[in-house]
Design a protein around this ligand. Structure first.
Ligand SMILES: Cc1cc2nc3c(=O)[nH]c(=O)nc-3n(C[C@H](O)[C@H](O)[C@H](O)COP(=O)(O)OP(=O)(O)OC[C@H]3O[C@@H](n4cnc5c(N)ncnc54)[C@H](O)[C@@H]3O)c2cc1C
Length: 406
């Protein structure tokens, strides 16, 4: 007798949810993705560095890599006057959140991607799950996958004690249009992955596609990131918006206080090379506080966590998307190679929990450059090493970093 297809309900319609859906479908599961946003996820405008693990997950999920992004040949470091002080050849494809989301979104049929559905809670009976949504819907499945990001509600129900930890620093970011930049900026930094490293700060830039994945010269954008230290109290003050309202984690970009932006611009004038000042002059900046955490378990009965819901690292390796793809791939492989679902889930947990932990620890190691909470001699030595831009070029967002930390 033919066995009925197994079924997974997936929470979160972003990268890890879509990776999980595509890869489970490939092993014969029925899948449905539920995303709380009522509208398609677009326009987050973030640049994404790619790694071999991400390319492998894209290939395995059937998404392909057509027009994935822009290939840079080398990294350069600037001094305060904008002169190049060091170079490193490192070909790498740089893409954008929008591009990856669109590629993955195309792998799933409309009828299995449900916008406007907010996970509320899950009940388990040993044989499967019953999932309740705030809007009233209920779904029965063999497995619930939590791909609902760093503030996961699925994780909050099953492991409420696990909370993301503030790193003690945040980033100002934005993506000016190539066409708006001065010719000198376009020539000197636009084609490259560029570093400017003042003491305990980092400014990093690289080219990404323009709106609607436009890769034509003159229509692209430059991803700008400025890491800065702020205590939890300072961050709380930054999270008061233009209307005086306090936000918990960050402020929607249009509501960021003008006095905060003006203060940041004034401080930039005092320290930054002209090319990065040009970037700042041509963008509306917004800020993102940096958090990380890991979980001792990724599996709770018939519930599995993937991507940022499972663990999240500081973004110095640019590895979040690759980890989302890698988690989903490992989950599908474990379920395919075990007839018993629980045995497959145990195999997934055993393989990926330590990887999430290791990625998080590696992020902390690279974050020592910011000089926050250095607790050991090893951390202080790493922090000192990373004040040198040449060391930063060797360590930040390099491919295969997991090989080194094995
Ligand atoms: C500043 C910064 C820079 C980064 N740079 C890089 C980089 O260069 N390269 C890289 O690979 N990664 C990078 N990352 C990390 C990357 O963005 C994340 O790892 C990735 O987005 C994780 O995908 P996810 O699908 O797990 O979570 P998310 O993208 O956060 O998606 C979670 C989804 O779940 C939905 N959701 C949440 N709660 C519910 C609910 N209750 N019900 C239904 N849906 C829900 C949300 O609406 C959201 O769409 C960076 C991150 C930051 C903060």
């Amino acid at each position: 007798m033919k066995r009925r297809n197994r079924r997974a309900v997936i929470i979160g319609g972003s990268m890890s949810g879509l990776f999980a859906a595509a890869l489970l479908r490939r092993i014969g599961w029925d899948v449905d993705v539920y995303e709380r946003s009522k509208v398609e996820l677009v326009g987050r405008g973030a640049g994404i560095t790619t790694h071999p693990e991400l390319l492998e997950a894209l290939r395995a999920s059937g998404a392909g890599m057509t027009n994935l992004g822009i290939e840079v040949e080398k990294r350069i470091a600037l001094d305060r006057t904008g002169c190049v002080t060091a170079e490193k050849r490192l070909p790498q494809i740089l893409t954008s959140w929008d591009r990856l989301q669109r590629l993955m979104r195309e792998t799933i049929d409309e009828s299995h991607y449900h916008l406007g559905h907010t996970f509320e809670r899950v009940e388990q009976d040993g044989d499967g799950v019953r999932v309740h949504f705030t809007e009233g819907r209920r779904e029965r499945a063999d497995l619930l996958i939590g791909g609902d990001g760093i503030r996961s509600s699925v994780r909050a129900q099953l492991a409420p004690a696990i909370e993301p930890i503030y790193a003690g620093y945040f980033i100002w970011r934005g993506a000016p249009n190539e066409a708006d930049l001065k010719p000198q900026t376009r020539e000197s930094i636009f084609p490259h992955f560029t570093f400017f490293i003042p003491a305990h700060e980092q400014v990093i830039g690289y080219p990404i596609a323009g709106l609607n994945n436009d890769l034509r010269v003159g229509h692209r954008r430059y991803n700008f990131i400025w890491y800065r230290v702020a205590t939890a109290a300072q961050l709380r003050e930054m999270c008061v918006d233009e209307n005086g309202q306090q936000h918990e984690y960050s402020v929607p970009p249009p509501l960021i206080r003008n006095d905060l932006i003006a203060g940041m611009r004034a401080e930039a004038q005092a320290i930054m090379p002209p090319q990065f000042l040009d970037c700042l002059d041509n963008m509306r900046p917004f800020f993102t506080p940096i958090y990380d955490f890991s979980t001792p378990r990724l599996v709770f009965g018939r519930v599995a966590l993937v991507g940022d819901a499972a663990s999240s690292s500081r973004p110095h390796m640019g590895f979040g998307m690759a980890k989302a793809g890698g988690d989903a791939q490992a989950l599908a492989e474990a379920l395919a190679s075990h007839d018993d679902i629980d045995a497959g889930l145990a195999a997934y947990d055993k393989l990926r929990q330590p990887i999430g932990e290791r990625v998080m620890m590696h992020g902390r190691k690279l974050g020592t450059q910011l000089g926050v909470n250095l607790l050991s001699e090893e951390q202080r030595a790493m922090s000192t090493l990373l004040q040198d831009p040449r060391a930063m070029m060797d360590w930040i967002a390099v491919p295969n970093f997991l090989e080194d930390s094995r």
